[in-house]
Design a protein around this ligand. Sequence first.
Ligand code: S3P
Length: 183
Amino acid sequence: MKDPFNQTGPEYGLRVDKPLVLIGLMGVGKTTVGRRLAKKLDLKFVDADEEIEKAAGLSVQEIFDRFGEDYFRDGERRVIARLMEEERQVIATGGGAFMNKETRALIMSKSTAIWLDADIEILVDRVSRRDTRPLLKNGNPAEILKALAEKRNPVYAKAHIHVIGNDSPHDLTVNNIMKSLNP
Ligand code: S3P
């Protein structure tokens, strides 16, 4: 079995001794890209939103509806803190996770943070295909995403790595992440 600590092949040469954490706006492809990155590096993949749902026994939408966003954010902070304890894995986070100061400090100190970025038009198109995001339900999704991008992008920019996905094939984005991990 390949050992991600010690990959010497031309494709890898990559030392993964910290979790790789994908951050970025809704619809950018953190889960899909994260899954493929994990597969390529022989690492486990974890989706933080799924972990929150498992812990609560409720969907993200249900948590927002029944308990509100602050409650969700608190659960998100605790779940991500737990995930940071395991070294070798790829973690996709929900778009707001990195905005929490404590969560951000933890991600920055214990992992390699990768900001997956894309143009707003691409995000709007992608999020319109799924109706599961509570933050986009109270208004025009394009306007909400634009406002979120303005507020969040300067914070996402603190990540260790910035990769632009746009509408490139996911495998190309994965390769770009791997190149940035191994400059
Ligand atoms: C959120 C993004 C969602 C989810 C929740 C809040 C956000 O995750 O965590 O709906 O604040 O941007 P995705 O980024 O995976 O859609």
